[in-house]
Design a protein around this ligand. Structure first.
Ligand code: FE
Length: 168
């Protein structure tokens, strides 16, 4: 049985169209990513880390628990990096000698642009751990995060954006 030439022609042009669309996707995606990798994935959720044994709820509201180290940044929401002005951050760490105490616990509400800033003592080292600050971050509609900020040692200021994941 012979096929209607028009039918064959329509099929070929549909196939050609599909190939062009596919080519377009293949060419467009890598080009887009190459130009601006940040645009492809603007927010990387902050990795969770262990709470450890020294967390105590109810840290007082304050923006300073010492001096010598400033930590600042913004609280953002995945996937669009929007600021989370309703959020709260709570941190705890050791004193300069590596001992946990109540003087190095604080919590604060982020500002209207999701920004936060606190000053503190540089945490001391205790056996088996690099210098670090524990913190929890939360915002309405987002999964609460518990993690740790690791420090190189001796830096006076650290800028660190915290990215939360939506609840669902
Ligand atoms: Fe610790």
């Amino acid at each position: 049985m012979r096929k209607d030439p028009d039918e064959v022609g329509r099929r070929s042009s549909t196939l050609a169209g599909s190939v062009l669309v596919l080519l377009g996707i293949l060419l467009f995606v890598p080009a887009g990513e190459g130009k601006d990798p940040v645009a492809a994935k603007p927010c990387q959720p902050t990795r969770a880390d262990s709470e450890g044994p020294f967390y105590k709820p109810g840290a007082p509201l304050r923006t300073s628990t010492g001096s010598g180290l400033v930590v600042r940044g913004r609280l953002l929401g995945d996937p669009d990096c929007k600021a989370l002005p309703g959020g709260r951050i709570e941190w705890w760490q050791t004193d300069r000698r590596g001992r946990y105490d109540d003087e190095h616990r604080g919590s604060q509400n982020v500002d209207s642009e999701g920004g936060y800033r606190f000053s503190t003592d540089f945490p001391g080292v205790y056996p088996g751990r690099p210098p670090h600050i524990h913190f929890k971050a939360q915002a309405p509609g987002y999964r609460a995060l518990t993690t740790q900020l690791y420090l190189r040692g001796g830096e006076p200021e650290v800028e660190f954006d915290i990215v939360l994941v939506p609840e669902r």
